[in-house]
Write a protein that binds this ligand. Structure first.
Ligand code: TAP
Length: 476
């Protein structure tokens, strides 16, 4: 039986969403030059939240011009002055974090517990962290006089809208660059609220420009001849197209693309702890996570015990209203993404894997997918090879550590991996052998602004976060 979706009214009142928003160019909100707009919809209710300007080529030109003009003064400011603006932005984000968390949950569909306790604290932490670097760049190990690159064109996805914005904008500004950022079409609102925060912080005009729009806006931005640096997070397919656009130019490029992480459980791992890590690894943010632990590799001898415990735990997960603090799994971000998840899950069954999901009621409107696991998965199955980007776990088994490494590395991707074992020496041996940018041991999905993040193989190149994250925005 489906139930009617009723958003928690008291949380909804915390955020004031305007009926329409313009582009943020040169410190002002303005309509697109050709007047085009698109609607942004809440994936949990299908309610239209607002109408947003769709930037065309002339708007991209205007934003890049504004960023170029602002670059002259911004890059000449002492680092300690740039730091003051970044600290101010970080503090305003903290002050407005309840409002931003509700906004993010409405526009993206993620549970409020995650936007409140994970996304927003990390967003503020990122600005604090890079504010601290702004006056210490000559001590960052990149020579005595590292220089900013100029105008950064940044394109981000919908899974962590404000956090991906922070990963891109904070290091760029700390290093003295100016920015034109395009958020994803389905989650434009938190970037527009961030534009308002830039004004509140008194950030000079043109240092940050926000262009809402679809893929064509992103394509025009990365191809713009006066952009010096391109930073992209999203699908491997679009990342490859961007790499082709940028090839042969002097633009610096970083790509954060897809993943198909192995979460590897050995027979000596504490089962309850591992189950929590598996659940967090694949069901956090509805599985819309590039480093999601979407392939569970379990040692054959503990397979039955682990799967029993995992199914029991999955049966307790609550799917539903993102604004309800008891919700574990929110809405799938868009109808398109839901269709993609359904089609890949169907392929799992068609190819002979066994599908299991706890019985759970899904709301009657909005986009939803129950937490699902597949057993009897082989490495040839599409659900073991392709990024599903949804709450779907594929279970494979192994007998020896060498076999676990071989299976974990048998993917086009190389973003992250998890290991669950009591043996420290095995953790170190595995971490050395796994071709993944991040390897978590006895934990998963742990993020910190001080720690560099990025991939091997088709998961992209360049690092974001930490001291390494500065290099992408400096001439070193
Ligand atoms: P993408 O299409 O790659 O979208 C990412 C960003 O790039 C969005 O802002 C998008 O705009 C923009 N974009 C689209 N086409 C572009 C182009 N030709 N040039 C420049 N920018 C362009 O990802 P998606 O459609 O949101 O998701 C598709 C799949 O990508 C997912 O199923 C998932 O597997 C993967 N994905 C991975 C990640 C990470 S973090 N690795 C994040 C998101 C998605 P619009 O939103 O307006 O199209």
């Amino acid at each position: 039986m489906a139930f009617e979706y009723a958003p928690a009214p008291e949380s909804r009142a915390i955020v004031d969403i305007a009926p329409s928003y313009g582009l943020f160019i040169d410190g002002e909100f303005r309509p697109a030059e050709d007047g085009k707009v698109f609607k942004t919809v809440s994936p949990s209710s299908e309610e239209v939240l607002s109408e947003v300007a769709q930037a065309g080529q002339s708007d991209v030109d205007a934003a890049v011009r504004a960023a170029r003009k602002a670059f002259e003064k911004w890059s000449a400011l002492p680092g300690s002055e740039r730091a003051k603006y970044l600290f101010r932005i970080a503090r305003i984000i903290q002050e407005r974090s309840r409002e931003l968390a509700v906004l993010e949950s409405l526009d993206n569909g993620k549970p409020i517990r995650e936007s409140r306790d994970a996304d927003l604290p990390l967003v503020a932490a990122h600005f604090f962290y890079y504010a601290g670097w702004a006056d210490k760049l000559s001590h960052a190990g990149f020579g005595q006089d590292p220089r900013p690159l100029g105008v950064a064109g940044q394109v981000i996805p919908w899974n962590f809208p404000l956090l991906m914005l922070a990963w891109k904008i904070a290091p760029a500004l700390a290093c003295g660059n100016t920015v034109v950022l395009k958020p994803a079409e389905t989650t434009p609102l938190s970037a527009l609220f961030f534009a308002d925060i830039c004004r509140q912080a008194g950030l000079p005009k043109g240092v940050v420009n926000i262009l809402t729009g679809d893929g064509s806006t992103g394509a025009a931005l990365v191809a713009h001849p006066d952009v010096n640096k391109v930073a992209f997070t999203g699908s491997t397919e679009v990342g490859k197209a961007i790499a082709r656009t940028v090839a042969g130019t002097d633009k610096k490029l970083t790509l954060e693309l897809g993943g198909k992480a192995a979460n590897i459980v050995f027979d000596d791992a504490p089962i309850d702890q591992a189950v929590e890590g598996i659940v967090n690894g694949i069901f956090f943010n509805q599985g819309h996570v590039c480093c999601a632990g979407s392939r569970l590799l379990v040692q054959e001898s503990v397979q039955d015990e682990l799967l029993d415990a995992l199914k029991r735990r999955m049966s307790t997960l609550r799917v539903g209203d993102p604004l309800d603090k008891n919700t574990d799994i929110g809405a799938i971000n868009s109808a398109e993404q839901l269709a993609r998840i359904k089609s890949l899950a169907d392929s799992g069954e068609a190819e002979g894997a066994e599908r299991w999901a706890p019985s759970c009621e899904l709301p009657s409107s909005g986009y939803w997918f129950a937490p699902t696991l597949f057993t009897g998965v082989t490495q040839a199955h599409r659900i073991a090879r392709e990024e599903i980007f949804g709450p779907v776990l594929s279970v494979l088994t192994f007998r020896t550590p060498a076999e676990a490494v071989e299976k974990a590395n048998n993917t086009q991707y190389g973003l992250s991996a998890g290991i669950w074992t009591e043996k420290g020496s095995r953790i170190l041996w595995m971490a050395d052998k796994l071709r993944a940018g991040v390897v978590w041991a006895n934990t998963f999905n742990k993020f910190d602004p001080t720690s560099p993040f990025g991939g091997y193989k088709e998961s992209g190149f360049g690092r974001e976060g930490g001291r390494h994250g500065l290099e992408a925005y400096l001439n070193v």
